[in-house]
Design a protein around this ligand. Structure first.
Ligand code: IMP
Ligand code: MG
Length: 176
């Protein structure tokens, strides 16, 4: 099986939206310092573009997590592949995600980080697929709400491919 990528959100649309988000966040955090928690690997491109445009002081840390949702339970399980290097206690944290799908990854990550007593914690995602939500979670900052399609690019992958596309594309799977 192969795949064709159809452009859904252009590079300019993404850049324009990131600029707006950065302005909003900079305003909301005026006088404060932000600890950005970048969720590897998908959020790297978004995180870099957003962070460059923030006008408040920023530090960045990375973690890699994956979740396994279970519809029979109220929450899934979170596997931490790489934890943060530093403590977040007393810091104003913003978790940066590429996409919220079922919502398990972000809600479990939030729960885990809140247990570490940050001064505050907000969620920021480039994309949101609300139709697929299985757990109640909403990001404070969302780039684009998209339909229930599998997308790649701007950090998002299909089998680790296409992360480097400068736009968001919808994947059409085709039989060989
Ligand atoms: P959730 O826990 O179901 O919200 O899953 C979020 C994670 O699933 C994201 O961080 C992505 O890695 C992956 N994911 C969900 N939808 C897509 C998609 O359309 N394209 C690529 N990755 C996706
Ligand atoms: Mg991801």
């Amino acid at each position: 099986m192969g795949e064709i990528i159809h452009e859904m959100i252009t590079e300019k649309q993404i850049t324009d939206r990131i600029r707006e988000m950065a302005e909003q966040i900079s305003k909301d955090y005026e006088g404060k310092e932000i600890r950005i928690v970048c969720i590897l690997k998908g959020s790297v491109f978004f995180c870099a573009e957003l962070a460059k445009r923030l006008t408040v002081p920023v530090t960045i840390d990375f973690m890699q997590v994956s979740s396994y949702g279970d519809k029979t339970k109220t929450s899934g399980n979170l596997t931490v592949k790489k934890d943060l290097d530093d403590q977040v206690e007393g810091l104003h944290c913003i978790v940066i995600e590429d996409i919220v799908d079922s919502g398990y990854t972000l809600s479990l990550t939030k729960k885990m980080l809140l247990a570490r007593n940050p001064a505050s914690l907000k969620l920021c995602t480039l994309l949101d697929k609300p139709d697929r939500r299985e757990t109640e979670i909403e990001a404070e900052y969302t780039g684009f709400v998209i339909p229930d399609k599998f997308v790649v690019g701007y950090g998002l992958d299909y089998a680790q491919k296409y992360r480097n596309l400068p736009y968001i594309g919808e994947v059409e799977f085709i039989e060989d």
